[in-house]
Design a protein around this ligand. Sequence first.
Ligand SMILES: Cc1cc2nc3c(=O)[nH]c(=O)nc-3n(C[C@H](O)[C@H](O)[C@H](O)COP(=O)(O)O)c2cc1C
Length: 253
Amino acid sequence: MKILYFTSTGNNLYISQKLGGELLSIPKLVKNNEFDIQDECVGIVFPVFFANSPKMLREFLKKVNIKTDYLFIITSYGSDGDQNALRIMIETLQNRGIHVNYANSVLMVDNFLPMFDMAEEKKIKKDEDIDAQIESIKEDIDLRKDFRLSKKMFTDIPNIEDVLEKTMISKFHISVSEDCTNCQICSRVCPRGNIAFADEKPVIGENCEFCLGCVHHCKNNVLTINDEKNSSERFRNPHIKLSQIIKSNNVLT
Ligand SMILES: Cc1cc2nc3c(=O)[nH]c(=O)nc-3n(C[C@H](O)[C@H](O)[C@H](O)COP(=O)(O)O)c2cc1C
């Protein structure tokens, strides 16, 4: 089994590890121009971004060739929009002649800082509930079940994902405080390799995925986003180390 995953704060790497098999980071596949994936069973594991999948994953899906007997897609989300993200991905793959056998989602900590307080999220999203969801999905996949989530879409606004992405991304911006120590972790966790340095301070380029990895993993918490719920609290999946995020996302080396 091969699992293609995208993560910024570790939730999707955690799911992928629990499901098992060979784990392939999507930013690394893109960097290495590897678009031919073949295995008896293939999975794509990704976060919901604005009721859709991350931009980088959508671009990857336009190029990837998947040859498999069984394809599953799993999305982790924090509040809603999972069904919309799965539906879009199923349609996108279908249009490329790739059939999705199984689609499901896992409710986890919502890392979207402008809308959620990480301290509160960590309290309410319990490890045992998360593990139970993943375990149940793993059983389904082991049995090669045919299944798609059929929850009602959270809104009937057409193309809500485009509206959300445009309005949200234009509304929020990331700032760097004077206390930056030039540790450069932000650039090593950026899946786009989009952070350069000038005068020993990070400068975010035009190609931002808005995954917030740079903000969450900053060791001195000097990166912030406007209108955060709680600027002192950050999130990384408690089972995932910073070095694993860097290994997944550092496209600079
Ligand atoms: C830019 C952005 C947009 C997001 N949009 C949604 C959303 O529409 N619905 C939702 O339930 N969660 C949303 N989330 C939360 C993530 O999907 C969730 O926290 C996910 O588990 C993070 O996975 P990761 O730790 O592997 O990066 C968003 C997160 C980010 C950074």
